[in-house]
Design a protein around this ligand. Structure first.
Ligand code: GLN
Length: 556
């Protein structure tokens, strides 16, 4: 096992207690933002206790968004928070599930690596976990932030907790910090904040041998000194290590609240690191804009998972970032695509300035999305199609402009006479090889085009105006592609291909001639948008949508 000794990287372990959904991922990301603002170099690791090898095959209703990294790993959505809050670039190495860990242990066992020994959770599984954690140590990293998914007390997270307990011992006090996120509810009828759930959660953690150094207490108000004192006493932590993690509207305010509570100061003190005071002005500016926008704009997101906003996490954030860049509040109106009909279209979209059709898989709701695209195209409403949204924009154009009524993607109709979107055999096989090489553990999902690919932009295009560069790199996650057999006919009809792979074989971006803003992209730009570096396409889409609003108001 690689020992830390060679490098100076220190570790912060973040666990959660009482209940799930307290915002561990955002807390981890915000700590990263604060440490970066102090000039430290950070990295992250998310350890998920479930048995799936990665979330790639999981239903968005179960798991929320699948976040795709540059190197094409399908990961937990918390990696999206890490990238948005910091300058880190995550990869497959930054997310491990129990499934991935066990897979590796079992593969080693089959290969005889354990030399006939009995393979056990302790030490073999825990050693595997420790190896994965210690892989984060390098010359380039001052602090590695490791978030353990799940809630303390769950059976399945025990091996992870045991591994981080051992690391505390192996690496020594000044190199390891345990942060526990817990819940302090305000009970209305009693008019009191209650500390008992926190006490129990910490007790549970201590029973496994982990004494937290810092407590982040999720609550609806700032904790008064007496409550902090009480928690400190019962949980055996210092009083100024009890930090309020208050509910807020704007997630980008979390680093500011943590700082105000003294969290970053406490972390560097405990880890015995000298740093400068943090420069938080970029975050302050964002929060200021978020709270005092000059105006607002409403965007409809027409999708299948509209009831679970976590499914479109990066997309929602990217739209908000686009608004922040223009001092605008972006209201998101979720429209369930299977409820759209030609009768209710007008009514559903009457109060929106832009329409976005996001990525998706499977046939449900397809026709509703096509109706929405048709509406946006013919009414001159700014339209942004992402992945499936782009593919359906091509289908809509083929059906309604070229009159190929049966045009479709072969994902939905394998017998269509006009397969404008299809599986490209040679690329499919090539990709399978690449992806398998990149990620040995992935056998399912190996057929998708995953991760960052280059794309060449045409100068005379909306997208070039937005990016202001000729070559871009964006992340993909799909199987189907634009069918070049129909390209010439579609282009003659007014569909513009404005972005392709460098060899021009893969169509990556389409626009519509004469429309104010109609852009379909085969990739997922939302994964690369950050509040401090909003994605140019989202900024431009919001700008165009707002322009429409001003025009309708007669102000432009
Ligand atoms: N289902 C489509 C495909 O596999 C689109 C995928 C997506 O939108 N991410 O190509």
């Amino acid at each position: 096992m690689k020992k830390r000794g060679k490098f100076h990287t220190k570790f912060i372990f973040i666990t959660g207690g009482v209940l799930s959904s307290l915002g561990k991922g955002l807390a981890a990301a915000s700590i990263g933002a604060l440490l970066e603002a102090r000039g430290l170099r950070v990295t992250f690791l998310k350890l998920d206790p479930y048995i799936n090898v990665d979330p790639g095959t999981m239903n968005p209703f179960q798991h929320g968004e699948v976040y795709v990294t540059e190197d094409g790993a399908e990961t937990d959505l918390d990696l999206g928070h890490y990238e948005r809050f910091t300058s880190t670039i995550m990869s497959g190495k930054n997310n491990y599930t129990s499934g991935k860990i066990y897979y590796s242990v079992i593969t080693k066992e089959r290969k005889g690596v354990y030399l006939g020994g009995t393979v056990q959770i302790i030490p073999h599984v825990t050693d595997e976990i420790k190896t994965v954690i210690l892989e984060l140590a390098s010359k380039e990293v001052d602090i590695a932030i490791v978030e353990i998914g799940g809630t303390v007390g769950d059976i399945e997270s025990l091996p992870f907790l045991e591994a981080i307990r051992q690391l505390g011992y192996d690496l020594g006090k000044e190199n390891v910090l345990y942060i526990h996120l817990t819940y302090v509810p305000y009970i209305k009828t009693a008019g009191e904040l209650k500390t008992k759930p926190t006490q129990h959660s910490v007790k549970e953690l201590r029973a496994i041998g982990i004494q937290p150094d810092i407590l982040l207490c999720r609550t609806d108000r700032f904790l008064p000194a007496d409550i902090k004192r009480k928690i400190a006493l019962f949980c055996n932590v210092e009083e100024d290590a009890v930090i309020t993690a208050k509910d807020i509207d704007c997630i980008y305010e979390i680093p500011l609240i943590f700082h105000r509570e003294g969290l970053d100061e406490k972390i560097v003190e405990k880890l015995n690191i000298w740093t400068r005071e943090p420069d938080l002005s970029p975050w302050q500016n964002i929060v200021k804009t978020y709270k005092n926008p000059t105006d607002e704009v409403t965007i409809a997101i027409v999708g299948k998972y509209v009831n679970l906003k976590d499914s479109y996490k990066s997309l929602n954030e990217a739209l908000i970032h686009g608004g922040l860049a223009l001092n605008l509040r972006v209201n998101l109106k979720y429209v369930g695509s299977d409820e759209l009909t030609s009768e209710n279209l007008e009514d559903v979209f009457k109060d929106v300035e832009g329409i976005l059709v996001p990525g998706g898989f499977g046939a449900r709701g397809i026709e509703g999305k096509i109706l929405a695209i048709h509406y946006a195209r013919t009414k001159g409403i700014p339209f942004f199609g992402i992945c499936l949204g782009m593919q359906l924009a091509v289908v809509e154009f083929a059906r309604n402009v070229l009159g190929w009524k049966e045009a479709n993607s072969t994902e939905f109709d394998s017998n269509t006479p006009y397969p404008v979107i299809y599986l490209m055999k040679e690329w499919f096989d090539y990709r399978k090889g690449c992806v398998e090489q990149r990620n040995e553990e992935s056998d399912l999902g190996g057929t998708m085009r995953l991760g960052a690919y280059p794309c060449k932009l045409k100068r005379d295009s909306i997208v070039y105006q937005a990016y202001k560069q000729e070559e871009i790199f964006e992340r993909h996650r799909h199987r189907y592609e634009f069918n070049n057999a129909f390209r010439e006919a579609l282009e003659r009809g007014g569909l513009k291909v404005t972005g392709t792979s460098p060899n021009e074989e893969l169509v990556e971006i389409i626009e519509v001639e004469g429309h104010p803003w109609f852009v379909g992209v085969q990739f997922h730009p939302e994964f690369k948008s950050k509040p401090l570096r909003p994605h140019p396409l989202f900024v431009d889409f919001i700008r165009a949508s707002y322009e429409r609003k001003l025009k309708l108001r007669g102000q432009l």
